[in-house]
Ligand binder design. Structure first.
Ligand SMILES: [Zn+2]
Ligand SMILES: [Zn+2]
Length: 642
């Protein structure tokens, strides 16, 4: 404990001195900072300090609010203590495991024979509200490990005892609030009363320490915000996101499924999903050809030695290996080596450059089962992958072209807002400074000349070159990982690539890896969530569903379907024996953009009744007019209102 006064500097340039033993709260008050402005913690020279702890040294004093990640984290972690205390009051046999803050919330794991179900959560919330109203101080104590162990043993907290043993420290910290005690490093808010708005969200099973050989515990997820309004907005967005969840909509709309008998992280496309994917692939093939890319195709497995040359083996890249006739092979996690092999199949002269190879390349990576997530994190996926080989002088035009292509494609699919990162040279990297700075400059000026806002992610490039990462903002404001454009100074050297220059000597080409969408799987996942499954007509697996009112209208309906099909419209007739109302509801549920209802009146007048997902409801429409409008909508790849 310092015995001299503590000197503090403030952000606005002011200085303040407080008596030894003063707390961060007293220092903030002395500095004239209004605690009502939402100070949850303080920081001294960047180090977080709890409000009621005595300061041990001076430095730059700052208040930390909820707006700062460290503030929100301590806030939500404190809420997890409040929840654990409430659970212990209701279920005295619950054994405490761990309760960290996570992105957007917190959880706590408990060992308990009785199952806590979602309908038990309101009761726990009520008890939490009581604990908040009790405004209990969170008191920090440093205890010798043996004493802390004895304390938790006496309370039956066997997991805490195990944690103390594993920590192997002489002294541990515990936090007490009322009758509740937890082993914890902190930091926390000073009292339970500071937790203003919280909600418990769900329950789940979780293994103690993530080890499937240990006990299964019960996890309760919750969230907390600094104001009730912020909490309400979060809950609303969460419900909206749940409605759009591609893991639910994918099987519901019969697009895809991921099944245990096939294997985790492996996607099977059902007919409707295969149509959607084919439409996207056709678009990509057409657009790549239009922009001077050549389509190539490479095998799914390649010799292990290729992955030695590429460096994947040294990097311990998460690949699958096996043997054929005593020879080692790897399933490709990337397509690059095959494209390099095509390049190297003969001598290249400078007149041939740039060379652009495009492949819808299916790759496999060994992701741990715990991180797999719908279409977004999978073990097998197809990249819209291209490699451009060119000279450094050509790189500017090539990057400009790749950027224009990527953003034109994103706009076509209905995305108009982006977050763009330019990642620069990291500490450990290959290639010389001149190449790095040229390449970084090329990326920068291409973004700027295309009027795109970006931020610099300093030192976050991959070791082999600078890159651009694009995130897409969806209909409800969420960001998703989209295309990447990446320089590579590594592979051309490792694979000894060259071209004969105007000087008749050999030079190493520049290599650029780039995608326009990312991967088919990820992009379909993003599209499903962006459109909530209601795709624009050009993407919709079924564009028109024809609904005959009675059996006698089926033949006429089939005739209409044939006419539309002959114009390449994806059409389906629902001839099931059920009410028209039911048929309409089913088509709505499958998010078919257009419905044509056929009854006596329509057969007689040779017209159609049109309903659309977007709200159109019109009778007596001429079939030719409807077809022409629909074909125009499809050909222009118009996005519907999201
Ligand atoms: Zn804690
Ligand atoms: Zn590549």
């Amino acid at each position: 404990m310092p015995s001299a006064p503590i000197e503090l500097s403030l952000q606005d340039g002011g200085r303040v001195t407080v008596a030894p033993g003063s707390s961060a709260r007293q220092a903030l008050i002395a500095a004239g900072l209004d605690l009502a402005d939402g100070a949850l913690l303080a920081s001294i020279d960047g180090e977080v300090v709890e409000l009621d702890r005595p300061l041990v040294h001076g430095g730059e004093l700052k208040a930390i609010t909820f707006a700062e990640p460290r503030g929100a984290e301590a806030y939500r972690h404190t809420a997890s203590h409040v929840m654990a205390q409430a659970v212990k009051r209701i279920y005295p046999d619950a054994v405490l495991a761990i309760g960290p803050a996570i992105e957007d919330g917190f959880y706590y794991d408990f060992g308990l024979d009785e199952t806590i179900r979602p309908d038990d959560l309101p009761r726990i919330e009520e008890e939490m509200a009581r604990i908040v109203a009790e405004d209990l101080s969170l008191v920090r104590r440093e205890l010798p490990a043996s004493e802390a162990k004895a304390l938790f043993e006496s309370r039956g907290e066997s997991y805490k005892v195990e944690l103390i043993e594993d920590l192997g420290q002489d002294v541990v910290t515990i936090y007490e609030q009322g009758e509740f005690a937890d082993l914890c490093r902190g930091p926390h808010l000073s009292s339970t009363g500071a937790v203003a708005a919280f909600k418990l969200l769900s329950t789940a099973g979780a293994y103690w320490r993530g080890d499937e050989n240990r006990e299964m515990l019960q996890r309760i997820y919750g969230t907390a915000f600094d104001t009730p309004d912020a909490l309400e907005e979060y809950i609303h967005n969460r419900e909206e996101a749940e409605k759009r969840d591609h893991r639910r909509l994918g099987p519901e709309l019969e697009l895809f499924s991921i099944r245990d008998e096939i294997g985790p992280g492996l996607v099977i496309y059902h007919p409707r999903g295969a149509v959607l994917r084919t439409v996207i692939e056709d678009y990509l093939k057409q657009e790549h050809a239009r922009r001077g890319y050549e389509l190539v195709i490479s095998p799914h497995i390649m010799r292990k030695s290729v992955w030695e040359t590429s460096g994947h083996l040294d990097m311990q890249y998460p690949m699958y290996f096996f043997e054929i006739e005593g020879q080692g092979y790897g399933i490709k996690p990337m397509n690059c080596p095959a494209h390099i092999a095509i390049y190297k199949s003969r001598t290249r002269g400078h007149h041939e450059l740039p060379i652009r190879y495009f492949e819808l390349g299916t790759v496999y990576r060994h992701e741990r089962s715990g991180v797999l997530h719908g279409l977004l994190r999978v073990r097998g996926f197809t990249q819209d992958d291209a490699h451009i080989f060119c000279t450094m002088e050509q790189a500017a035009d090539e990057i400009d072209g790749a950027i224009r292509f990527a953003f034109e494609a994103q706009r076509t699919f209905g995305f108009t807002e982006f977050k763009i990162a330019l990642s620069t040279r990291p500490d450990h990297s290959v290639g010389n400074e001149e190449d790095w700075s040229k390449a970084t400059e090329v990326l920068k000026s291409a973004l700027e000349s295309n009027g795109l806002d970006y931020f610099i992610d300093e030192g976050e490039g991959v070791f082999y070159g600078p890159k651009i990462d694009v995130k897409l903002r969806d209909a409800i404001g969420r960001l998703w990982q989209g295309p990447t454009i990446q320089f590579d100074f590594n592979l051309p050297r490792r694979f000894e690539m060259s071209y004969v220059g105007p000087d008749n000597s050999e030079h190493t080409p520049v290599m650029i890896h780039r995608t326009v969408l990312g991967s088919m799987e990820r992009y379909m996942g993003i599209l499903i969530e962006h459109y909530a499954g209601a795709f624009p007509a050009w993407l919709a697996p079924v564009q028109v569903e024809i609904l005959p009112i009675a059996d006698r209208h089926v033949e006429h309906a089939e005739g209409l379907a044939r006419k539309l099909r002959s114009r390449s419209v994806r059409v389906q007739v629902n001839d099931e024996r059920e009410t028209t109302g039911n048929k309409i509801r089913k088509a709505w549920k499958m998010k078919v953009p257009y419905m044509i209802v056929v009854g006596d009146r329509e057969v007689e007048s040779q017209s159609v009744s049109v309903r659309s997902l977007a709200g159109r409801d019109e009778r007596g429409v001429d079939l030719e007019r409807f077809t022409a409008e629909l074909l125009d909508e499809i050909a222009s790849r118009r996005s519907c209102e999201v």
